[in-house]
Write a protein that binds this ligand. Structure first.
Ligand SMILES: Nc1ncnc2c1ncn2[C@@H]1O[C@H](COP(=O)(O)OP(=O)(O)OP(=O)(O)O)[C@@H](O)[C@H]1O
Ligand SMILES: [Mg+2]
Length: 375
């Protein structure tokens, strides 16, 4: 540990220096401000004892220069009673503490010890922060590579799966010759599993594209009421299969939106799928669209188990599922929906009381345009 004593009084420097050396410190002396600054520029001092009054510069000036050279140097001002004010000012400007002259050695040593302890902690903190930052950078890089890998694999999976699905369809539809009911059932089960795989792979591809910032938006003007009705009509069989009631409230004059049609469909599909999937037989699912000023509100409600308070944010994170669920899923539907909504500068959330059903709401600006583009 090295200490620089900055004082214009050579006797004071000597006395103080001797005691500090006896305590095991390395000590250097400076008689003027410029000498002090030169010393601090040449090497790092753990601590500087600065006389408030120096012949060439003020103690405050030296303090500023010393701290500018290395902010880790602990500065302690030495002051006569008359200049207490400037010591207090010095503390405001980054001095660690001040001691009054003539110095009481025990008090000086105590302050020095405390100052050095503070420095040790702050250097340790800096080191840890640096380590954490480096580790974080490395993780980010790994995460990027992992996303790219997932994207590639998902992409490679898609075509073969589509081919298998098509082949199964051809056989099931009897286009490759007659098959009996049992064979048809087996192949249909295979087909629905392939379809699930395709959905999963599409989700993985979506999420990795979003993470890599490569999700492309193809915005267009379209009738949002029409789209919602179209999507809902594909669910009729599902509703009757689960003996569910569905209600819709879509004003016929709800109008147009400027958005990516396929992606908004995906959001609606994910939310409706969830509503049906998590609501027990005989329940109810409702869809409501409202226009408010320049925004469109979408509400998808159900009479299912609801979302406990502590899960209301979490379920929008990747792979988060409410633990007790025994229902199939990956935990990607909501994060994808959220990303898409946010890419449209909208917002999404859930309102729910556990046991009383859920209401997923998302809001989209009707006519959001990226700056300087037509999209
Ligand atoms: N309408 C709902 N009612 C009750 N719980 C829901 C509802 N929607 C979502 N959840 C809960 O939120 C979790 C996350 O939903 P999310 O759609 O992201 O994934 P998933 O449905 O499990 O799988 P995936 O959509 O990827 O097939 C679900 O696992 C479920 O626990
Ligand atoms: Mg889902």
């Amino acid at each position: 540990m090295n200490i620089l004593i900055i004082d214009d009084d050579p006797n004071a420097r000597k006395t103080l220096g001797k005691i500090l050396k006896a305590k095991g410190f390395e000590v250097e002396e400076a008689g003027t401000g410029s000498e002090a600054v030169a010393s601090c520029g040449a090497k790092f001092f753990n601590l500087a004892l600065i006389d408030v009054r120096l012949p060439d510069t003020s103690g405050l000036g030296v303090l500023k220069a010393v701290r500018a050279l290395n902010e880790d140097t602990i500065a302690i001002m030495m002051t006569g009673y008359a200049s207490l004010d400037s010591s207090i000012e010095a503390m405001n400007k980054g001095a660690y503490s001040y001691i009054t002259k003539p110095v009481n050695m025990d008090a000086v040593l105590a302050v020095i010890e405390k100052g050095l302890e503070k420095q040790r902690l702050s250097l340790e903190n800096k080191r840890l922060l640096k380590e954490l930052t480096a580790a974080n950078e490395k993780l980010k890089e790994l995460d990027k590579r992992k996303s790219a890998f997932v994207a590639n694999v998902s992409h490679e999976f898609k075509n073969p799966l589509a081919v298998i699905k098509e082949s199964l369809s051809i056989i099931i539809d009897g286009l490759a010759g007659d098959i009996d009911t049992k064979q048809k059932d087996i192949l249909s089960a295979a087909k629905s599993n392939i379809e699930r795989l395709i959905r999963l792979v599409t989700d993985l591809l979506d999420i990795s594209k979003i993470e890599a910032g490569k999700m492309e938006m193809r915005r267009e003007n379209f009738d949002i009421g029409l789209l919602t009705n179209e999507i809902l009509s594909t669910y009729e069989r599902e509703f009757s299969k689960k003996k569910m009631l569905s209600s819709k409230n879509i004003p016929s004059d709800i109008g147009m939106i400027w958005a990516d049609r396929d992606k908004i469909s995906e959001v609606l599909i994910n939310l409706i799928n969830n509503a049906i999937k998590y609501t027990p037989e005989g329940g109810e699912v409702g869809i409501k669209l409202t226009a408010k000023e320049n925004e469109l509100y979408f509400e998808i409600s159900d009479t299912g188990p609801g979302i406990p308070e502590e899960y209301k944010d979490k379920i929008f994170d990747k792979f988060e599922r409410i633990t007790a669920e025994k229902i199939e899923g990956t935990g990607l539907g909501l994060p994808i929906a959220k990303d898409i909504v946010e890419l449209h500068k909208g917002r999404i959330w859930v309102e729910s009381e556990a046991g009383k059903g859920s209401r997923f709401i998302f809001v989209l600006p009707r006519n959001f345009r990226e700056k300087n583009t037509l999209r």
